[in-house]
Design a protein around this ligand. Structure first.
Ligand SMILES: [Zn+2]
Length: 412
C-alpha cells in the first residue's frame, strides 16, 4: 500500500489524488472528440517495495506494495493475476529461438488481462464511494468489469459494439452487468460512455482515461519480472489496441527499475492487426501522434479501434524502450491461434494469438535476435471467440460409430 500522486504524461504537471481526477486540466483542454486522450495521468507511488518476493511470484504483499490503495482490503475477492509464466520449449524449438516464455493471462477469472485493470479500478471506486462503474469496451474490458463488479457488489454499466463476440456478451450478461449494445463502433461506445458518466455521476473505467487502468495492468509486468528474476526479459511482445496494456507493461518495468529491482527495462514490441494499425503506422512514420483509421476492422476484435485512446503515451513508451511495432494480417492471426495451441497447449483468442503472429513478423524484420529472452503476452482465452478459432482449423466430418470408419478417417 502506498501513498501516491498523479503526473501528466504529456506536460509533467502533478496532481494530488482525488475522487474525480482523471486527466490533466491543461492538456485535456486540447482534447478533440474521437482522438487519442490528451493529458493521460500516470500514478507515481511515494514508496516502492525494494526486494523481490521471498516465495512465489504472486505473493500478494509484493504486488499490493506496488498498488495505489489505502488498504488491501479494498481489492475485490476475485483471484485476478498470479498467472503462470510458461516455458514454451516446443514453440521455441520450432521457431529456432533460445529463450521464449508465455505469460498466460488467459487464466484470469474472466479470461483476459483486462481483469487486472478492473480489479484496481473497482477497488478505487469502493475507496471513493462510487456505487456504479461504467466502461466502453470491445468486449473484454466490459466482461472484466462485470466479473469484478459482481465479486465486489458494485453495479457495472458497459457500452459495447453490438457486434462483440457472443462469448463475451454471454459472460458480461451472466455476471449481471447492465449491458448497453451500441449500433456503432467501439469508438462510438467510448464517446457515449464519457457523456453518460458525466451525466449520471458514474465512475469511468474507460481504458487509458482512468489512470488506474494502466496501473492495474502493470501487475502483468511485475509478475513476469518476479518469475524471471534475477534474469530480465530482453523483449516483451504485446498485442495492442488502445495501447493501455502496453503502457501498463512499461509502467510495471519502470517501477521495478525505480525500485532498483531491475537494471534495464525490456524493449516493447506492439502488435496490431493490419486493418487497425494506427500506432504501428505512427511508429513507421516517426510521428508523435496517430492518424485515425476510419474503417478499422480485424478478426482480432479486441484490437479494433479507429483512434487508439492511449496512443500518445504508448508511442512514447515504445520509443523509450528501444522497441517497435509490427502489423499482422488476419490470416496470420488465425494461423497463430492453432500454432500456439498445438505447440504450447494455450488456447488464445485472435487478439492474443496476434502476439505470436507478431513474433514471426518481428523476427522477419530483425527487430529481435533469436538468442534474446523473449516474452509473449497472451492476453485472452480462445473460448471468448470460438467461431474465429474454427476458421483456422479443418473440422472433420461426423462418422458412423464403427472401427472401420475410425481407421478410414485417421488413415491408420
Ligand atoms: Zn498535462
Amino acid at each position: 500500500m502506498s501513498a501516491f500522486h498523479l503526473r501528466c504524461s504529456e506536460c509533467g504537471r502533478e496532481y494530488a489524488s482525488a475522487r474525480d481526477r482523471l486527466v490533466c486540466d491543461d492538456c485535456s483542454a486540447h482534447q478533440e472528440p474521437g482522438s487519442p486522450i490528451r493529458g493521460v495521468l500516470e500514478v507515481e507511488l511515494d514508496d516502492l517495495p525494494r526486494a523481490w518476493p521471498s516465495a512465489q511470484q504472486d505473493d500478494p504483499a509484493f504486488l499490493t506494495g506496488f498498488l495505489p490503495l489505502t488498504s488491501p482490503d479494498l481489492l475485490p475477492p476475485l483471484a485476478v493475476g498470479g498467472t503462470p509464466l510458461l516455458d514454451a520449449p516446443r514453440l521455441r524449438e520450432s521457431l529456432g529461438l533460445s529463450h521464449l516464455s508465455l505469460k498466460d493471462d488467459t487464466r484470469n477469472p474472466s479470461g483476459s488481462t483486462k481483469d487486472r485493470a478492473s480489479l484496481l479500478v473497482v477497488a478505487k471506486a469502493l475507496e471513493y464511494g462510487y456505487e456504479t462503474v461504467a466502461t466502453a469496451s470491445t468486449g473484454n474490458a466490459a466482461t472484466a468489469l462485470a466479473a469484478v463488479g459482481a465479486a465486489a457488489g458494485v453495479r457495472s454499466v458497459v457500452f459495447v459494439p453490438a457486434s462483440a463476440p457472443e462469448g463475451k456478451l454471454a459472460q458480461m450478461l451472466s455476471y449481471g452487468a447492465d449491458v448497453v449494445p451500441i449500433e456503432g463502433s467501439y469508438d462510438d461506445a467510448f464517446e457515449l460512455c464519457l457523456e453518460a458518466c458525466d451525466e449520471f455521476g458514474w465512475y469511468n473505467r474507460n481504458t487509458g482515461l482512468n489512470p488506474f487502468t494502466v496501473e492495474g495492468k502493470k501487475t502483468v509486468a511485475l509478475e513476469t519480472a518476479a518469475a524471471m528474476a534475477p534474469e530480465t526479459p530482453d523483449v516483451v511482445i504485446v498485442p495492442t489496441g488502445d495501447g493501455v496494456i502496453l503502457a501498463g507493461v512499461a509502467k510495471g518495468f519502470a517501477d521495478l527499475a525505480r525500485a532498483g529491482l531491475i537494471e534495464r527495462p525490456p524493449r516493447l514490441i506492439a502488435v496490431q492487426p493490419a486493418g487497425s494499425s494506427a500506432i504501428v503506422q505512427a511508429l513507421e512514420e516517426g510521428a508523435d501522434t496517430i492518424i485515425a483509421v476510419p474503417e478499422a476492422a480485424s478478426v482480432a476484435d479486441s484490437l479494433v479501434v479507429r483512434a487508439p485512446r492511449n496512443a500518445l503515451l504508448c508511442l512514447k513508451r515504445i520509443r523509450e524502450s528501444g522497441g517497435g511495432g509490427v502489423a499482422v494480417s488476419d490470416e496470420a492471426i488465425l494461423a497463430a491461434i492453432s500454432e500456439l495451441a498445438r505447440h504450447t497447449g494455450v488456447f488464445a483468442e485472435p487478439a492474443a494469438a496476434a502476439a505470436l503472429a507478431g513474433l514471426h513478423e518481428a523476427l522477419a524484420q530483425r527487430l529481435l535476435d533469436a538468442d534474446e529472452r523473449i516474452v509473449l503476452l497472451v492476453t485472452g482465452t480462445g473460448l471468448k471467440d470460438v467461431p474465429a478459432a474454427l476458421r483456422a482449423v479443418e473440422r472433420p466430418e461426423a462418422i458412423p460409430p464403427t472401427l472401420d470408419a475410425v481407421a478410414a478417417q485417421l488413415r491408420v
